[in-house]
Design a protein around this ligand. Structure first.
Ligand code: HEC
Length: 132
């Protein structure tokens, strides 16, 4: 099935979302599925809005490093890693120690959603970052 056929069938979006990590792991179809993830399964506007509400862009650019790494660099770091989503879920929800360039450490910001602890919204943001 061609990429275009998937794109024309919104009904497959949920399936693509679920298959994305596995496909990315498989490598062979990574390019086409990463595209599908980025363009279709991820709600980019919602992901950006959530990051904006949480002031994530204060420390992270999409392409540019700030106090924290650029999201594209985070995506590159986790490319092909099976536990990427799980790892970032922990990172964003537990306030684990974040190391800054000057060497100091502080608790990383814990993401807030409305309604609280909406895992789906956080996952959407993680998928957006990982597909950059
Ligand atoms: C006060 C600055 C600051 C804010 C605000 C901030 N971060 Fe970070 N973030 C950092 C730093 C510094 C690191 C690097 C942590 C490390 O490598 O130990 C980091 C790391 C990350 C990583 C990479 C984690 C990894 O395992 O490599 C992600 C993803 C991330 N932040 C997402 C977010 C999101 C989403 C938000 C908003 C909810 C956010 N950050 C808000 C400073 C910040």
């Amino acid at each position: 099935m061609s990429g275009n056929a998937w794109r024309r069938h919104p009904i497959h979006e949920r399936e693509i979302t679920m298959k994305c990590p596995a496909s990315l792991r498989a490598g062979l179809f990574a390019a086409s599925f990463a595209l599908a993830c980025a363009a279709h399964a991820v709600d980019v506007d919602a992901a950006r809005a959530l990051a904006k509400q949480n002031n994530c862009f204060k420390c992270h650019g999409v392409d540019k490093k700030g106090d924290g790494p650029a999201y594209k660099d985070v995506a590159a770091k986790y490319r092909g890693k099976a536990n990427a989503e799980e790892r970032l879920m922990i990172h964003l929800t537990t306030g684990e120690k974040a190391k800054f360039d000057d060497g100091h450490e502080e608790d990383h910001k814990i993401i807030k959603t409305s309604p609280p602890k909406d895992t789906e919204q956080i996952k959407n943001l993680i998928h957006w970052i990982l597909a950059l």
